[in-house]
Design a protein around this ligand. Structure first.
Ligand code: ATP
Length: 299
C-alpha cells in the first residue's frame, strides 16, 4: 500500500501541496486530478524521493521510499525525459539497468512491449526520429520495464490519440490485475471516469474532493434532469431547488440542488405536451470538477 500522510510542500513562501493525505491499495488505480499548478507533479516528485517534503510522511508497504525500494517503482515524467540521441534499445537498456535488471531480461521485455505498442520497427532508431506519440510509448515502456509494484504516471495521455489512450489504459489495467499500485495525473476527466478506482481533486495544493467516483457523485448531491418535450424553460427556472436550466438543440437540462427536487420538476413537466424523455442523471466528473475548482477560485 502507498500511504501519503499529511504531506505539505513549500517552495520558499509558496505553498504547493497543503496537508495532503491519501492511500492507494495494491491492485488499485488512483487519479490525482487538478488544473495546471495544482500540485500534482510536486506530489509525485515527493513520492519518488526527488523532492523533500516540508512535513508529513510517505511510505510504500510501511517503508519510507529510498534506495532500498526504488527498484520497485516506475515513473513516467510529465516533462519528457528521454535522451533523444540514443536509440530506443539503448535508452530502455539504460533505464532497465538503473532499475537493477539484467540486459537479457530487459531485451526480452522490450521486444514484448514494442510488439504490444505496434512499434517494433523502431527498436534500433534514434528517439529523436520518432513522433511525439511514439516517444510517449517509449517513455511508458521505460516506466513499466521493471514490472513496478508502484507505477507513477504524470499526465500519461498527453499527445496520444484515442486508440493509443485505450492501449495505455489496457496495459494499466493489466498491471492493476497483477496487484501493482498505479497512480496517475490528468486534467482530462473523461479519461478518469473510465477506469479510476479512487481519486483526489487538488486545487492550489489542497484536496477538495476525495474518494471513489461513486462516493464523489453521491456526496456532490446535485443531479441533472434531461427533458425532451414542450416545456417552458421559464416554468422550470421558477421551481425551488433548480440551480440552472440549459437548452440545446436536443433537450433541456435542468440542474437541481439535490434529488429531493425531482418530484417538483416532474409536477411541472407532467402537465406539458409531447414529453418523450424525462431522465435523471448524475453529473459528469468533468462538471463536478469544474464546479469544485470554480468554488475555490471564487473564495
Ligand atoms: P501542471 O498540470 O501544470 O503540471 P501541477 O499540478 O503538476 O501542474 P506543480 O508543477 O506541482 O503543479 O506546481 C504546484 C505549484 O508549485 C505551482 O504554484 C508551481 O508554480 C509551484 N512550483 C512547482 N515547481 C516549483 C519549483 N521548482 N520552484 C518553485 N515553485 C514551484
Amino acid at each position: 500500500m502507498l500511504k501519503v500522510d499529511n504531506v505539505t510542500k513549500y517552495y520558499g513562501e509558496n505553498l504547493a501541496v497543503d496537508n495532503l493525505s491519501f492511500e492507494v491499495n495494491n491492485g488499485e488505480i488512483f487519479g490525482l486530478l487538478g488544473v495546471n499548478g495544482a500540485g500534482k507533479t510536486t506530489t509525485f516528485r515527493m513520492i519518488i524521493g526527488l523532492l523533500e517534503m516540508s512535513s508529513g510522511s510517505i511510505t510504500l508497504d510501511d517503508q519510507p521510499i529510498n534506495y532500498s525500494n526504488t527498484n520497485q517503482i516506475g515513473f513516467l515524467t510529465e516533462e519528457r525525459s528521454l535522451l533523444t540521441k540514443l536509440t530506443v534499445k539503448e535508452q530502455v537498456i539504460m533505464y532497465g539497468i538503473l532499475k537493477g535488471m539484467k540486459e537479457k531480461e530487459i531485451l526480452e521485455k522490450l521486444d514484448y512491449w514494442l510488439e504490444r505498442f505496434h512499434i517494433k520497427e523502431y527498436r534500433e532508431r534514434k528517439i529523436k526520429e520518432l513522433s511525439k506519440g511514439n516517444q510517449q510509448k517509449i517513455q511508458f515502456i521505460t516506466a513499466i520495464i521493471n514490472e513496478p509494484k508502484l507505477l507513477i504516471l504524470d499526465e500519461p495521455f498527453t499527445g496520444l490519440d484515442p486508440i493509443n489512450v485505450a492501449l495505455f489504459v489496457e496495459v494499466m489495467k493489466e498491471f492493476k490485475e497483477k496487484g501493482s499500485i498505479i497512480i496517475f495525473s490528468s486534467h482530462r476527466m473523461e479519461h478518469v471516469e473510465m477506469f479510476c478506482d479512487n481519486l483526489v481533486i487538488l486545487v492550489k495544493g489542497k484536496s477538495v474532493l476525495q474518494g471513489s467516483i461513486k462516493e464523489i457523485k453521491k456526496e456532490y448531491r446535485k443531479k441533472n434532469i434531461h427533458i425532451i418535450g414542450d416545456v417552458k424553460t421559464e416554468d422550470l427556472k421558477n421551481i425551488k431547488g433548480v440551480v440552472e436550466v440549459e437548452e440545446n438543440a436536443m433537450e433541456i437540462i435542468v440542474k437541481i440542488e439535490s434529488e429531493k427536487y425531482i418530484d417538483d420538476v416532474f409536477e411541472v413537466v407532467k402537465n406539458s405536451k409531447n414529453i418523450i424523455k424525462f431522465m435523471v442523471e448524475d453529473p459528469s466528473l468533468n462538471e463536478i470538477f469544474l464546479n469544485k475548482v470554480g468554488e475555490v477560485y471564487e473564495d
